[in-house]
Ligand binder design. Sequence first.
Ligand code: DX5
Ligand code: ZN
Length: 224
Amino acid sequence: MSLPSAPRIQPSILSADFVNMQAELERIASADGVHVDVMDNHFVPNLTFGPRMVERIQAVSPIPLDVHLMIADADRWAPGYAELGAFSVTFHAEAAAEPVALARRLREIGSRAGIALKPGTAVEPYLELLPEFDQLLIMTVEPGFGGQSFMADMMPKLRAARAAADAAGLDVWLQVDGGIALDTIGIAAEAGADTFVAGSAVYGAPDAEAAIAELRAAAAVHAH
Ligand code: DX5
Ligand code: ZN
């Protein structure tokens, strides 16, 4: 399978109509992946769905699944999502006891391995672990809810990650999630992001495919 090239746009189904998920997935068939937010009402205050729903999404989705686990005890639960066939599984650094061992397990099962950092978590301790990961997610909102404002003060974390990845010659995807829209995507791209999650900016638009194309074009202007 050839990998989608940057800039990659991954709409978040958190902003989709959960009761009509299959149709909602068809609306974003031109995107590079579907971002699937799993929340456990514990690691974050919100609750979405678990493995049975993700299994059905995997079965019907026209595009690869980028699973974002906002759940406690990732060491225990993340491998199950890789076993469902998800293209990529991202767990939170704050929720994993042994992130490197977990990343190796996810890759062994056949998924790409991602690690996510909440806004309050420094990136520096994770830079030396980048070779163990296929993706680093810098959250640009406090995880839990869609429709929040983009935190531009996360850009130094992205710049540090971009510099470390480039210096080491790593092809690790640098993903941003939270408040990504036409007026913010360029800021994140300029800081070094190459993979963009957008919930309300895509699902809130009358024409999701047009929104995806506009976001991709706006990110490309500032791409590294
Ligand atoms: C928030 C989720 C995001 C959310 C983004 O915790 O991780 O993926 O759907 O939504 P927007 O793009 O509306 O900020
Ligand atoms: Zn997310």
